[in-house]
Design a protein around this ligand. Structure first.
Ligand code: ADP
Length: 313
């Protein structure tokens, strides 16, 4: 085992286990940035914001700046927000705490806030630590729209924790992900909280080619025309592409079973799979366009409008 690998083994990945109502250690994700197709600008930003500060804290100290901070990833479902966060855990020398908000939502009043507090405490104990909060939409909904008092309490608890992080320079790096940032409580977006918003778009043609390549790596195959399929899958998310490959694999497996011999995946398998798959990102863009056009007072979603225009959605 290499020294690097041994180091990584010592790092901890922690998740909330709803059945035990507690935080448990899980294994280090195997994904790295190499497994994430495209998204180069986002990877660069994450390197600058998270990875390099962890490696060079003395630079920040010299300028009296605190290393740390938060990112909020948003965009259509299936375009790699969670995948990217997992890859960060595989990439960096820090502990990684993955919080799926649904997991800590409890039916008992007060318990969810308690759980949330535990998660932040744990992140501080494990510093340096990346805390990834997935499905922020489950919680951050505008406080005015919330009917239930105890949901509102949970948002307030999150605000409290975010402010606590800011004032203590705890070397806890926060990444949030949501498909619907416009529903987030505006208080969550104030400076020092989730103020850095990053749009994760569907992959462009070259990126789709890369993802198709990554997802078919080491699978039995005839020479596949990635160029053609990347062209034909405009607006497909990474998850849509993965599904397409899975369908094509199923076709190849069926043929193998019929013939009794292992049959490689072919362009024909991919073409048949493509007939039954449509991109799932377009619905998101139609909602996002509404918000970006009529409700975007802070000009947060202009990137999305530009993307819609450039890609003729
Ligand atoms: P999101 O969090 O944006 O809804 P996920 O990160 O859960 O999407 O993506 C779902 C799956 O799609 C991932 O597990 C991964 O296999 C695939 N995927 C999405 N984007 C990419 C990408 N850029 N490169 C490789 N695989 C991707």
């Amino acid at each position: 085992m290499s020294k690097d690998h041994e180091e990584k083994q010592k790092l901890k990945v922690i998740q909330f286990d709803k059945s035990k109502n507690t935080l448990v250690e899980t294994s280090q994700p195997q994904e790295t940035f190499g497994d994430v197709g495209g998204l180069e600008a986002v990877k660069k930003k994450i390197r600058m914001n998270f990875i390099l500060p962890l490696k060079n804290p003395e630079f920040f100290e010299a300028y009296g700046k605190e290393a740390g901070g938060s990112l909020l990833l948003y965009g259509p479902p299936g375009c790699g927000k969670t995948f990217l966060a997992k890859a960060i855990a595989g990439e960096i020398d820090a502990n990684f705490l993955h919080l799926e908000l649904q997991g800590i939502l409890s039916m008992y009043v007060g318990e969810s806030e308690h759980n949330l507090h535990d998660v932040f405490e744990k992140a501080r104990e494990q510093k340096p630590c990346v805390l990834f909060i997935d499905e922020l939409d489950a919680l951050g909904g505008s406080r005015h729209n919330m009917r239930q008092h105890h949901e509102r309490m949970l948002v307030n608890q999150l605000l409290l924790e975010l402010d606590g992080l800011q004032s203590h320079n705890d070397q806890v790096y926060l990444i949030g992900a949501t498909n619907t940032p416009w529903y987030l409580d505006p208080a969550l977006r104030r400076p020092g909280r989730f103020n850095s918003l990053i749009f994760i778009p569907p992959p462009a043609e070259q990126e789709r080619k890369e993802i198709l390549h990554l997802k078919t790596k080491q699978k039995p195959q005839e020479s596949l025309d990635f160029h053609k399929f990347a062209k034909k899958t405009q607006h497909f998310s990474g998850a849509d592409l993965e599904q397409l490959i899975n369908d094509a694999i199923e076709g190849a497996l069926n043929r193998s079973m019929e013939t009794g011999e292992l049959q490689p995946m072919t362009n024909g398998d991919l073409s048949s799979a493509l007939k039954n798959r449509k991109p799932t990102t377009l619905e998101w863009f139609s909602t996002a366009k509404n918000y970006a056009t009529f409700s975007d007072v802070n000009k947060d979603y202009q990137h999305v409008l530009e993307y819609i225009k450039e890609n003729r959605i």
